[in-house]
Ligand binder design. Sequence first.
Ligand code: URP
Ligand code: ZN
Ligand code: ZN
Length: 457
Amino acid sequence: MRTIIKNGHIFTESEDYQADLLIEGGKIVCVGRKLPGDEAEIIDAKGCYILPGAVDVHTHMDLDVGISRAVDDFYDGTVAAACGGTTAIVDHMAFGPAGVPLHHQFEVYKKLAEGKAVIDYGFHGTAQHVNDEILEELAAMASDGIPSVKVYLTYGFRLNDADVLQILQKMKEVGGVTAFHCENHEVVEFLKQKYKLEGKTAPVYHAKSRPNLAEAEAVSRVLNLARMADDAPVYIVHLSCKESLEAVRDARRHGQKNIFVETCPQYLVLTEECYRREDGLKYILSPPLRTREDCEALWEGIADGTIQVVATDHCPFNYGIEKQMGKDDFTACPNGAPGVEERLMLMFSEGAAKGRITMNQLVKTLCAEPSRIYGLYPEKGVIQPGADADLVILDPRGSYVMTQERMHGAADYTAYEGMQITGEIRKVLQRGKVIVDGGKFLGKKGDGRFIRRKGLN
Ligand code: URP
Ligand code: ZN
Ligand code: ZN
């Protein structure tokens, strides 16, 4: 099947220009003018922007957190992603039972995603303990298309510094990336218990128990460990505050290479004021929401290139059910919020349309860099001949109010309810097929493919 997208304005990470796109066999085959249209389906994108399908490298579909389970499975979650202009995800697999090999969760996740995902997907490994077998297995995981592993410095299966160092060394050898959730576990646990003992159990104490410096300390520690591992590739997930940005800038100033930084829209758009609201439980996620000053520092971090990626950390729970576990005690509330559908339009409306970032920076952080860092390039995140025809047609003249009713995921709220949005997604294509049209999902359950990702080298 041949499709031509005509009259659109194409944005890449470095350019923008008026051109048509010829799509055949699910691939972009030509970018230019006056493309041969015989027997092709024509999509008129007059007045619209054409972007690569966005890539979200931090989701938690169907995440089992012990006390409950994230409410989007790989169907609901990827339908929501598609409707928000995301055409590929790399999902962080949950912890398995203590002591399992890395492949255990891979097998579990294959079953969770196969036949359900509507967009293409990959997985990050999750390191929950370290020994010789696990270190060996990192290479096998990379050969199986998973050249990345996540390490938590807090929560139940956190790793210590010696474990972290060994993982970093091995992942460098394997040509993979180690991603880190950075928070100082002892500090956070101490403060949580202190507030609980004092009877301070409202959502705002979630933020107070996880201060900026508890994150920045862990970011610095990990960067130093990566430096000790000969500049091993290190990826900081959901960086949320100005002090952490400073730690990254310091490391780079000292010449450290292979540092990748991710933030998420919630840290750019929302503030800790949300915890004072009646529905403050909706915003219990970690790291917590910060101050307006932190938000502005993060926008600057995108604009000056300190931050490479904007992902979502999509991890939805229902406000009416799971989140209520925290109503008398913030520490009992499952951490996380939905966001996979909201990301692109938030970044367009709050970022590009308001002049905080350029359209090229938007494409770079939502499409090209996540694709490159996590081995999806040049099939994903880019508009050029040979790439998958994963595309978003976005109308900058559109506008709407973000509401739960418009969302396609399973959660009963959006954290951005009532927000005025500039622009609107008209169509989303995956591998040449229109899967979203005028806000309607037209794709098919199970059409998403597992992506065997490549390593960095
Ligand atoms: O609160 C969050 N972010 N929940 C999801 C798990 C994680 O820490 O990334
Ligand atoms: Zn995390
Ligand atoms: Zn996460």
